[in-house]
Ligand binder design. Sequence first.
Ligand code: GDP
Length: 307
Amino acid sequence: MFDRLKKAFSNIVKGLSEKELSEADIDKVFSEIEIALLESDVAHETIMYLHDTLKRELVGKRFDKSKDNESIVKDTLKDIMISIFNNAGTLDIIGRINSKKDREKEPYTILFLGINGTGKTTTIAKFANMLRKHNISSVIVAGDTHRAGAIEQITEHATRLGIKVIAQRYGADPAAVGRDGVLYAKAHRVDTVLIDTAGRMQTSRNLMDEMAKIVRVVKPDLKIFVGDSLAGNDTIMQAREFLRYTDFNAIILTKSDSDYKGGSALSIVHVTNKPIVYLGVGQGYDDLVPFNAEEFVEQIVEGNGKR
Ligand code: GDP
């Protein structure tokens, strides 16, 4: 995937020999790396951060011909990328759900946020399916009461999976539907409440107010932003906006299976400082996999594998 990055590494090494690295050396080296990062959809501010940090780490270091200079630069870049993911922390959702279940005997509530078309509805269905494999039951709340067809769409997924849906009519207050879902789960001892939300692009201000209201009323245990990994900077902008209004806790990136360049995963975590918990890797209900930062960085820098 980062084939260009690989090439960049072998080119730069030729310029680095037997001297202390200066800032100008790193700038020269980075100009090669930068193109590869841009082509892989890494956001501008993340590229700047990588550049600055690489400078901080390498300026003044002495390279000699007997050492493998290529891997010194490469390993430093890998470490910087891994530290971006590490800074955002990790989140064991299954552990949290189980511990709330044991401790409080209360349902664990998760709000799914994001723009229409990113794969939010499918992701909720995949998520419910994944929970079931961990012996965790769920009820789905049809919280997008705006978009024509949204209630039917989520109901269709849920019916296929044999999962209960809580819905009201179109135009109903999503916060009230969310509350209904929580009451249902409490009454029927369902472990989790998975709440779908609206995600229209226009009238963004109203949407954000609505999301903020659902958060206030439902007080979810977790807020997950669902973003499309193919949408590049749009996804980063959306994440920033949702973060501002909802302070979400975690991210799921969808469509990581098709023509995926990797840059949006790195950028979204750098910009939001929130962890990616799962990746969507296809249209089937089993196509949701836990995100592994080390594996991911290895793959983007070494250019092997798809994700
Ligand atoms: P929503 O409007 O955000 O609820 O989006 P949907 O859940 O309806 O998904 C939009 C389209 O993206 C559908 O055709 C899904 O099958 C597809 N989709 C969702 N997640 C993935 C994924 O991880 N990989 C691929 N290839 N397609 C996905």
